[in-house]
Design a binder for this molecule. Structure first.
Ligand SMILES: [Mg+2]
Length: 256
């Protein structure tokens, strides 16, 4: 029997950047009653608060919940209140190398946009993210900007040359993420094992991007038991099954 259920966030527990719905909030609480649960995502802590934590029922057993922002390079646990256990932040020199290279590469690639929404560069401590049109650009503008990946492939090629000691990845619809090499969700799972004392063999991962090249694929490549879901509705069915098969109770009738 698995002891710890790990979820991806966007596309799995909730629509991209949206809050979990009431049904999902109750299902997560039902699961927390009987098993340990973790959520891992490329987003930062504030995103987990907005999308998940603010919506859980007041009686949810959050002491059984681990939160792993920025692909597990940060780790939060609830001990009376939410507290950061660790953050593998860039050093000052790593940070300035990345920011300088990014400035150069963006202008060399001709991607200095005249109209942006919010900051184009976001420093998440353990990860620096470039968003072509800014963090808060409207989805319709984002969808048009680099639909064929040409802009980001150009930028990535320039960055790969300048940043030998870092990993440069294309993500989202307009963004590029820069981390230390080897930072992915599988590393997050190893950190989770260290923190909880639960071996990766006793974990089950549930995510929507387990296809080759997807940001959940490192889980499968690392040999972690995984369930590939198409959408939030399928995740609900999986949770309901997990709750019932582990002797728990579903508190709110599911509608699908
Ligand atoms: Mg996802």
């Amino acid at each position: 029997m698995k002891k710890l259920i790990v979820f991806d966030l966007d596309g799995t527990l909730a629509e991209s950047k949206q809050a979990i719905d009431e049904e999902m909030a109750h299902l997560i609480a039902d699961l927390l009653d009987i098993l340990s649960v973790a959520v891992i995502s490329g987003g930062d802590w504030s995103q987990f608060e907005k999308q998940v934590l603010d919506h859980l029922p007041a009686n949810a057993r959050t002491s059984n919940l681990s939160i792993l922002p920025t692909s597990g390079t940060k780790f939060y646990r609830f001990t009376g209140q939410w507290a950061q256990v660790y953050a593998e932040d860039f050093s000052e020199s790593e940070r300035s190398t990345v920011l300088q290279s990014l400035d150069e590469a963006v202008s060399e690639a001709g991607l200095l946009e005249t109209r942006i929404w919010g900051d184009q560069i976001e420093d998440r401590g353990t990860q620096i993210t470039f968003s072509g049109l800014g963090q808060k650009a409207p989805p319709a503008e984002k969808a048009k900007w680099d639909y064929d990946h040409v802009k980001r492939n150009t930028l990535k090629a320039l960055l790969d040359k300048k940043l030998n000691n870092f990993a440069v990845r294309i993500g989202g619809s307009t963004s590029i993420d820069i981390t230390r090499p080897g930072v992915d969700k599988a590393l997050g799972m190893r950190r989770l094992a260290e923190q909880t004392g639960i071996e990766t063999g006793d974990m089950l991962f549930i995510g929507d991007a387990l296809y080759p090249g997807g940001n959940d694929a490192p889980m499968r490549d690392a040999g972690i038991s995984s369930i590939w879901v198409n959408d939030v509705a399928q995740t609900k069915l999986v949770i309901e099954t997990l709750v019932k098969s582990n002797g728990g109770q579903v508190s709110l009738a599911t509608t699908n």
